[in-house]
Design a protein around this ligand. Structure first.
Ligand SMILES: [Zn+2]
Length: 197
């Protein structure tokens, strides 16, 4: 039943793409194209900084039904607390979602927000870091003013990750691994799991 619902949902999402334009979003906005570069520049202007030293790999791919995009990154220290140390950064866009420019641009600003250490801020449904139903930002040709893009950082996820790294490092040092190496390996493990829509 679940698979059927997912299939139906995906099918429904695909219909507008087919009727709106012959070309798919992935064809209209290629990952290495000018529009993606423009969206990344708008995101850098929005957050007033470049994510991951300006090194972010973009790609179109299959994602879970209903997911527009996902950001992923690594960090030796923490998933959230030291975004300037984020590396191996990438943003994946779903080939099954009906992106128009305002959606694509706003999604890029949202995902770049994750790469810059911003977590979801669901308390303000208009905030660009809201997990669901993001309205296109004005800077992306939408009607939502950029001023509502403020995000709320919650410390609980970061604290939980730090604790997970400490527990993992303690286990490794008990097995004879040196403290620095243990911490680095554990941070990499935790960081490798950092993946957000
Ligand atoms: Zn998100």
């Amino acid at each position: 039943m679940r698979a059927l619902v997912a299939a139906l949902f995906t099918a429904l999402m695909l219909v507008p793409v087919a009727s709106a334009s012959a070309a798919t979003p992935a064809e209209r906005f290629p990952a290495d194209g000018a529009d993606m570069a423009r969206a990344m520049q708008i995101a850098a202007d929005f957050w007033k900084t470049q994510p991951c030293g300006g090194q972010v790999a973009l790609r179109w791919t299959r994602l879970e039904a209903g997911t527009r995009a996902e950001a992923a990154w690594r960090n030796f220290d923490s998933a959230w607390d030291n975004p300037s140390g984020n590396f191996d950064c990438n943003i994946a866009f779903s080939t099954a979602m009906p992106f128009e420019w305002p959606d694509l641009c706003t999604t890029v600003v949202h995902e770049v927000g994750h790469l810059l250490g911003h977590q979801h801020a669901d308390r303000d449904e208009h905030a660009v870091m809201a997990e669901h139903a993001i309205e296109p930002l004005r800077v992306c040709g939408g009607t939502t003013p950029a001023a509502t893009g403020a995000s709320v950082r919650t410390g609980s996820v970061a604290r939980a990750r730090r604790a997970a790294i400490r527990r993992c490092a303690r286990r490794m040092t008990r097995r004879g691994v040196r403290a620095y190496a243990a911490r680095r390996t554990c941070a990499r493990r935790v960081a490798a799991r950092t993946r957000l829509r």
